[in-house]
Ligand binder design. Structure first.
Ligand code: ADP
Length: 262
Protein backbone atom coordinates (compact mmCIF):
# COMPACT_ATOMS: atom_id res chain seq x y z
CA UNK A 1 0.00 0.00 0.00
CA UNK A 2 1.05 3.57 -0.60
CA UNK A 3 0.02 6.07 2.07
CA UNK A 4 -0.09 9.78 1.37
CA UNK A 5 -0.91 12.28 4.13
CA UNK A 6 -1.64 15.97 3.48
CA UNK A 7 -2.20 18.37 6.38
CA UNK A 8 -5.07 20.90 6.09
CA UNK A 9 -4.52 24.32 7.65
CA UNK A 10 -6.62 27.49 7.81
CA UNK A 11 -5.32 30.87 6.61
CA UNK A 12 -3.57 31.48 9.93
CA UNK A 13 -1.73 28.21 9.57
CA UNK A 14 -3.65 26.45 12.38
CA UNK A 15 -3.87 22.68 11.83
CA UNK A 16 -7.44 21.57 11.03
CA UNK A 17 -6.83 17.95 10.16
CA UNK A 18 -5.16 15.57 7.78
CA UNK A 19 -6.35 13.98 4.52
CA UNK A 20 -5.05 10.43 4.24
CA UNK A 21 -4.99 8.61 0.91
CA UNK A 22 -4.34 4.87 1.00
CA UNK A 23 -3.74 3.27 -2.39
CA UNK A 24 -3.42 -0.41 -3.19
CA UNK A 25 -0.40 -0.44 -5.53
CA UNK A 26 0.01 -4.22 -5.89
CA UNK A 27 -0.86 -4.09 -9.61
CA UNK A 28 1.47 -1.13 -10.17
CA UNK A 29 4.36 -2.98 -8.54
CA UNK A 30 3.59 -6.09 -10.64
CA UNK A 31 3.54 -4.07 -13.87
CA UNK A 32 6.79 -2.34 -12.90
CA UNK A 33 8.48 -5.68 -12.19
CA UNK A 34 7.32 -7.01 -15.56
CA UNK A 35 8.60 -3.89 -17.30
CA UNK A 36 12.04 -4.18 -15.64
CA UNK A 37 12.25 -7.86 -16.52
CA UNK A 38 11.33 -7.12 -20.13
CA UNK A 39 13.91 -4.32 -20.45
CA UNK A 40 16.54 -6.48 -18.81
CA UNK A 41 15.89 -9.49 -21.10
CA UNK A 42 15.77 -7.42 -24.28
CA UNK A 43 18.97 -5.50 -23.43
CA UNK A 44 20.74 -8.71 -22.57
CA UNK A 45 19.73 -10.31 -25.90
CA UNK A 46 21.02 -7.26 -27.77
CA UNK A 47 24.48 -7.41 -26.25
CA UNK A 48 25.84 -10.50 -28.01
CA UNK A 49 24.98 -9.43 -31.59
CA UNK A 50 26.25 -5.94 -30.82
CA UNK A 51 29.60 -7.33 -29.68
CA UNK A 52 29.88 -9.32 -32.92
CA UNK A 53 28.96 -6.26 -34.97
CA UNK A 54 31.61 -4.13 -33.24
CA UNK A 55 34.24 -6.78 -33.91
CA UNK A 56 33.18 -7.23 -37.55
CA UNK A 57 33.27 -3.49 -38.24
CA UNK A 58 36.74 -3.25 -36.67
CA UNK A 59 38.03 -6.14 -38.79
CA UNK A 60 36.48 -4.76 -41.96
CA UNK A 61 38.06 -1.37 -41.33
CA UNK A 62 41.50 -2.87 -40.69
CA UNK A 63 41.46 -5.32 -43.60
CA UNK A 64 40.31 -2.83 -46.21
CA UNK A 65 42.17 0.17 -44.82
CA UNK A 66 43.80 1.44 -48.01
CA UNK A 67 41.15 0.22 -50.43
CA UNK A 68 38.08 2.12 -49.25
CA UNK A 69 36.58 4.93 -51.30
CA UNK A 70 35.77 8.09 -49.27
CA UNK A 71 32.06 7.11 -49.38
CA UNK A 72 32.79 3.64 -48.01
CA UNK A 73 34.99 5.13 -45.33
CA UNK A 74 32.22 7.50 -44.28
CA UNK A 75 29.71 4.66 -44.20
CA UNK A 76 31.96 2.48 -42.06
CA UNK A 77 32.61 5.34 -39.63
CA UNK A 78 28.88 6.04 -39.33
CA UNK A 79 28.24 2.34 -38.74
CA UNK A 80 30.92 2.22 -36.06
CA UNK A 81 29.54 5.31 -34.30
CA UNK A 82 25.95 4.03 -34.34
CA UNK A 83 27.03 0.63 -33.00
CA UNK A 84 28.90 2.36 -30.17
CA UNK A 85 25.82 4.47 -29.33
CA UNK A 86 23.58 1.40 -29.33
CA UNK A 87 26.04 -0.54 -27.16
CA UNK A 88 26.13 2.32 -24.66
CA UNK A 89 22.33 2.53 -24.63
CA UNK A 90 21.92 -1.20 -24.06
CA UNK A 91 24.57 -1.26 -21.32
CA UNK A 92 22.99 1.73 -19.55
CA UNK A 93 19.48 0.27 -19.85
CA UNK A 94 20.69 -2.98 -18.36
CA UNK A 95 22.55 -1.19 -15.53
CA UNK A 96 19.53 0.96 -14.74
CA UNK A 97 17.03 -1.89 -14.72
CA UNK A 98 19.35 -3.94 -12.47
CA UNK A 99 19.76 -1.10 -9.98
CA UNK A 100 16.05 -0.26 -10.03
CA UNK A 101 15.10 -3.85 -9.31
CA UNK A 102 17.39 -3.87 -6.26
CA UNK A 103 19.56 -6.62 -7.77
CA UNK A 104 22.74 -4.59 -7.51
CA UNK A 105 24.53 -4.93 -4.22
CA UNK A 106 26.19 -1.77 -2.87
CA UNK A 107 29.50 -2.68 -1.23
CA UNK A 108 29.52 0.11 1.30
CA UNK A 109 32.81 0.78 3.04
CA UNK A 110 34.64 3.67 4.67
CA UNK A 111 36.27 5.72 1.89
CA UNK A 112 38.67 8.66 2.03
CA UNK A 113 37.02 11.37 -0.04
CA UNK A 114 40.19 12.59 -1.76
CA UNK A 115 41.08 9.02 -2.73
CA UNK A 116 37.58 8.52 -4.08
CA UNK A 117 37.87 11.63 -6.26
CA UNK A 118 41.40 10.80 -7.47
CA UNK A 119 40.32 7.25 -8.37
CA UNK A 120 37.22 8.50 -10.24
CA UNK A 121 39.07 11.19 -12.17
CA UNK A 122 42.06 9.12 -13.25
CA UNK A 123 40.44 7.83 -16.49
CA UNK A 124 39.42 11.36 -17.50
CA UNK A 125 42.65 13.33 -16.98
CA UNK A 126 44.03 12.74 -20.49
CA UNK A 127 40.76 13.79 -22.15
CA UNK A 128 40.56 16.91 -19.98
CA UNK A 129 44.06 17.87 -21.06
CA UNK A 130 43.37 17.14 -24.73
CA UNK A 131 40.27 19.33 -24.61
CA UNK A 132 42.21 22.07 -22.77
CA UNK A 133 39.72 22.08 -19.90
CA UNK A 134 40.97 23.41 -16.56
CA UNK A 135 40.22 20.91 -13.80
CA UNK A 136 40.52 21.72 -10.11
CA UNK A 137 39.67 19.80 -6.99
CA UNK A 138 39.09 21.18 -3.50
CA UNK A 139 38.51 18.78 -0.64
CA UNK A 140 37.83 20.38 2.74
CA UNK A 141 40.46 19.76 5.43
CA UNK A 142 39.58 17.12 7.99
CA UNK A 143 36.61 15.91 5.99
CA UNK A 144 35.33 12.65 7.54
CA UNK A 145 35.36 9.38 5.62
CA UNK A 146 32.34 8.63 3.43
CA UNK A 147 30.31 5.44 3.50
CA UNK A 148 30.33 4.47 -0.15
CA UNK A 149 30.70 1.80 -2.79
CA UNK A 150 33.91 3.12 -4.37
CA UNK A 151 33.29 1.79 -7.89
CA UNK A 152 29.68 2.98 -8.04
CA UNK A 153 30.45 6.47 -6.75
CA UNK A 154 33.36 6.62 -9.19
CA UNK A 155 30.79 5.89 -11.93
CA UNK A 156 28.63 8.81 -10.69
CA UNK A 157 31.53 11.27 -10.57
CA UNK A 158 32.84 10.07 -13.92
CA UNK A 159 29.42 10.53 -15.49
CA UNK A 160 28.94 14.03 -14.03
CA UNK A 161 32.38 15.15 -15.20
CA UNK A 162 31.93 13.53 -18.66
CA UNK A 163 28.65 15.43 -19.03
CA UNK A 164 30.31 18.68 -17.95
CA UNK A 165 33.10 18.09 -20.50
CA UNK A 166 30.51 18.05 -23.29
CA UNK A 167 28.98 21.42 -22.39
CA UNK A 168 31.93 23.62 -21.38
CA UNK A 169 33.44 25.92 -24.04
CA UNK A 170 35.93 24.13 -26.31
CA UNK A 171 38.24 27.15 -26.80
CA UNK A 172 40.45 26.54 -23.77
CA UNK A 173 38.28 28.52 -21.32
CA UNK A 174 36.32 25.51 -20.06
CA UNK A 175 36.53 24.93 -16.29
CA UNK A 176 35.40 21.95 -14.22
CA UNK A 177 35.70 21.98 -10.44
CA UNK A 178 35.10 19.24 -7.91
CA UNK A 179 34.56 20.25 -4.29
CA UNK A 180 33.76 18.22 -1.21
CA UNK A 181 32.80 19.43 2.24
CA UNK A 182 31.14 18.25 5.40
CA UNK A 183 27.56 19.28 6.19
CA UNK A 184 25.23 18.23 9.01
CA UNK A 185 25.39 14.41 9.12
CA UNK A 186 26.65 14.02 5.57
CA UNK A 187 29.25 14.92 2.98
CA UNK A 188 28.40 17.06 -0.04
CA UNK A 189 30.30 16.53 -3.26
CA UNK A 190 29.85 19.01 -6.08
CA UNK A 191 30.81 19.08 -9.74
CA UNK A 192 30.69 22.58 -11.20
CA UNK A 193 31.20 23.66 -14.80
CA UNK A 194 31.10 26.91 -16.76
CA UNK A 195 29.14 25.36 -19.63
CA UNK A 196 25.78 25.89 -21.33
CA UNK A 197 23.72 25.48 -18.18
CA UNK A 198 20.28 23.93 -17.80
CA UNK A 199 17.06 25.98 -17.88
CA UNK A 200 15.20 25.96 -14.54
CA UNK A 201 12.14 24.08 -15.85
CA UNK A 202 14.34 21.08 -16.72
CA UNK A 203 16.44 20.89 -13.58
CA UNK A 204 14.24 18.31 -11.83
CA UNK A 205 13.38 16.20 -14.87
CA UNK A 206 16.93 15.73 -16.17
CA UNK A 207 17.23 12.95 -13.58
CA UNK A 208 14.34 11.10 -15.28
CA UNK A 209 15.01 8.34 -17.79
CA UNK A 210 15.53 9.44 -21.42
CA UNK A 211 15.27 13.13 -20.66
CA UNK A 212 17.62 15.33 -22.68
CA UNK A 213 17.79 19.10 -22.87
CA UNK A 214 20.35 19.56 -25.60
CA UNK A 215 20.66 17.96 -29.01
CA UNK A 216 22.78 14.88 -28.36
CA UNK A 217 23.88 14.46 -31.97
CA UNK A 218 25.48 17.87 -31.63
CA UNK A 219 27.31 17.14 -28.38
CA UNK A 220 27.92 13.40 -28.67
CA UNK A 221 25.96 12.35 -25.62
CA UNK A 222 24.06 9.21 -24.79
CA UNK A 223 20.40 8.37 -24.47
CA UNK A 224 19.50 10.36 -21.38
CA UNK A 225 20.07 7.53 -18.90
CA UNK A 226 23.32 8.65 -17.23
CA UNK A 227 21.74 10.95 -14.65
CA UNK A 228 18.93 8.46 -13.96
CA UNK A 229 21.60 5.87 -13.10
CA UNK A 230 23.47 8.44 -10.95
CA UNK A 231 20.24 9.14 -9.06
CA UNK A 232 19.59 5.44 -8.39
CA UNK A 233 23.17 4.88 -7.18
CA UNK A 234 23.10 7.91 -4.88
CA UNK A 235 19.64 6.88 -3.59
CA UNK A 236 20.97 3.39 -2.81
CA UNK A 237 23.64 5.12 -0.68
CA UNK A 238 20.94 6.99 1.25
CA UNK A 239 21.94 10.26 -0.40
CA UNK A 240 20.38 12.88 -2.65
CA UNK A 241 21.38 14.42 -5.97
CA UNK A 242 20.33 17.76 -7.46
CA UNK A 243 21.49 20.54 -9.75
CA UNK A 244 21.70 24.31 -9.58
CA UNK A 245 22.09 26.05 -12.90
CA UNK A 246 20.93 28.72 -15.30
CA UNK A 247 21.28 29.23 -19.04
CA UNK A 248 24.87 30.33 -19.75
CA UNK A 249 25.66 30.34 -16.02
CA UNK A 250 27.13 26.87 -15.96
CA UNK A 251 25.83 24.02 -13.81
CA UNK A 252 26.63 22.70 -10.36
CA UNK A 253 25.63 19.11 -9.63
CA UNK A 254 25.55 18.16 -5.95
CA UNK A 255 25.21 14.80 -4.27
CA UNK A 256 25.41 13.69 -0.69
CA UNK A 257 26.98 10.66 0.97
CA UNK A 258 26.65 9.43 4.52
CA UNK A 259 29.56 9.85 6.89
CA UNK A 260 31.17 6.56 7.81
CA UNK A 261 30.84 5.76 11.50
CA UNK A 262 33.78 3.34 11.50
P1 ADP B 1 23.01 11.88 -21.65
O1 ADP B 1 23.40 10.48 -21.86
O2 ADP B 1 22.09 12.42 -22.70
O3 ADP B 1 24.13 12.79 -21.31
P2 ADP B 1 22.22 12.31 -18.91
O4 ADP B 1 21.13 11.64 -18.14
O5 ADP B 1 23.61 12.15 -18.40
O6 ADP B 1 22.07 11.80 -20.37
O7 ADP B 1 21.88 13.86 -18.99
C1 ADP B 1 20.56 14.28 -19.33
C2 ADP B 1 20.58 15.62 -20.02
O8 ADP B 1 20.93 16.66 -19.06
C3 ADP B 1 21.64 15.75 -21.09
O9 ADP B 1 21.15 15.24 -22.30
C4 ADP B 1 21.88 17.25 -21.15
O10 ADP B 1 20.90 17.86 -21.96
C5 ADP B 1 21.65 17.68 -19.70
N1 ADP B 1 22.93 17.87 -18.96
C6 ADP B 1 23.54 16.95 -18.16
N2 ADP B 1 24.67 17.45 -17.62
C7 ADP B 1 24.78 18.73 -18.07
C8 ADP B 1 25.73 19.79 -17.86
N3 ADP B 1 26.80 19.63 -17.06
N4 ADP B 1 25.50 20.96 -18.50
C9 ADP B 1 24.43 21.13 -19.29
N5 ADP B 1 23.49 20.18 -19.53
C10 ADP B 1 23.66 19.00 -18.93
Amino acid sequence: FRVNMTPIRDQQGTDLGVVTLIQDITRLVEVNDLKSEFVSTVSHEFRTPLTSMTMAIGLLKDQTENQQTPDQQELLNALEEDTQRLTRLVTELLDLSRIESGKVQMNLEACLVDELVTYSMKPLLVQLKEKRITYTCQIADQIPMARADKAKIAWVLNNLVSNAMRYVPDDGTGVIEIKAKEAVNHIIIEVADNGKGIPEEYQKVIFDKFFQVHDQHEVGGGAGLGLAICKEIVKAHGGEIWVESGPDKGSVFYFTLRISSS
